[in-house]
Design a protein around this ligand. Structure first.
Ligand SMILES: [Zn+2]
Ligand SMILES: [Zn+2]
Length: 326
């Protein structure tokens, strides 16, 4: 009997043998496994790249106020491109309507919401810091990574509680519900919501403390990357080393479940560790997202949502008075 060389893929008559077919299938499976692993490593790799950028970029680049905006925009564009190549659910595929709405909210967040937050929160906090003589300059002597980690924690801890209140108090829920009316998840969906909610969720105590500006920008960029992936239609399931600490699409899609009760878990936008420690973590994921029979709201409806019960009451009252008059 002729012995085939171990690396041969075909028999002597050129046809693949059963054994070789198994070897080919195993090689293909192996290739699939490696590809899957690489896709799963995309979120942690992006976070590492972002941290390296802020730690080692030239001073002139770090000092430019546009650097943070460009860096966040670039990471969002990168994740949008990944949605195209490594789609998670066909039902979440980007349409022009979704893209236009999401893009509107990204611009709104970087302009109006940012200006209002600066005027109503950041500037008053800085003034309070100065008049109360709060000085924490020792924070600036800490290593860059430690400073960035503290900023990530401070922002996330505040957001966690604000978000949890929004799911447990009706007036606050009215501002947050529009974010839960989105019927698919995409890279820019983290920016979509009623403007009151977007303002409330942007509040933090960081302005009261002294940190290296690059460390603050690094933290903001990392938070943006993690929450972008946590909303993105990308087939990445990062390893536990990442998903134990950072929120993934699995955690956050479960938070976007169609029944209200199932949304009351996994509140941390980026640092899921907080949910794990405070007992609000839940395992699982959801491919179908939305609220109220998955009713998609227009931008106008999203803006008016918190005032709708009041408007309905006024309308009902005026209807009653017209009926009485007749
Ligand atoms: Zn929520
Ligand atoms: Zn969300």
């Amino acid at each position: 009997m002729d012995q085939l060389p171990a690396n041969s893929t075909h028999s002597s008559d050129g046809k693949p043998t059963a054994g070789n077919r198994t070897a080919e299938a195993a090689a293909e499976q192996n290739e699939g496994r490696i590809k899957r692993l690489l896709v799963n490593l995309l979120p942690p790799a992006t976070v590492v790249a972002v941290v390296m950028f802020w730690a080692f970029a030239p001073q002139a680049v770090l000092d430019n106020p546009w650097t943070l905006v460009i860096a966040i925009a670039a990471t969002v564009a990168f994740v949008l491109a990944l949605e195209w190549v490594f789609e998670r659910h066909a039902g979440w595929r980007m349409t022009w309507t979704e893209f236009a709405t999401d893009f509107f909210y990204v611009i709104l967040s970087f302009t109006v919401i940012a200006w209002v937050t600066e005027a109503l929160a950041e500037a008053p906090l800085r003034a309070a810091k100065a008049s109360l003589g709060i000085s924490t300059e020792w924070l600036m002597t800490l290593p860059f990574l430690v400073q960035a980690a503290i900023v990530v924690f401070l922002i996330e801890f505040g957001q966690y509680w604000m978000h949890r209140v929004m799911h447990n108090s009706h007036p606050f829920w009215l501002t947050h519900a529009p974010h839960h009316h989105i019927t698919q998840l995409n890279a820019m969906k983290g920016y979509v919501g009623n403007p009151i909610e977007l303002f409330l969720i942007s509040l933090s105590v960081v302005a009261l403390l002294d940190f290296d500006t690059a460390a603050i920008f690094c933290a903001l960029n990392v938070l943006a990357v993690v929450s972008t992936y946590a909303h993105a239609n990308v087939r990445a399931n990062p390893p536990l080393l990442y998903s134990f600490f950072f929120t993934t699409i699995r955690h956050h899609s479960l938070h976007h479940s169609t029944d209200y009760e199932s949304t009351r878990c996994n509140y941390a936008n980026s640092l899921i560790l907080i949910d794990r420690v405070l007992g609000t973590y839940r395992e699982g994921e959801s491919a179908i997202v939305g609220q109220d029979e998955r009713k998609r709201l227009s931008i106008w409806e999203q803006f008016m949502f918190p005032f709708q019960p009041m408007i309905d009451r006024i309308k009902a009252k005026s209807n009653q008075t017209t009926h009485k008059a007749h």
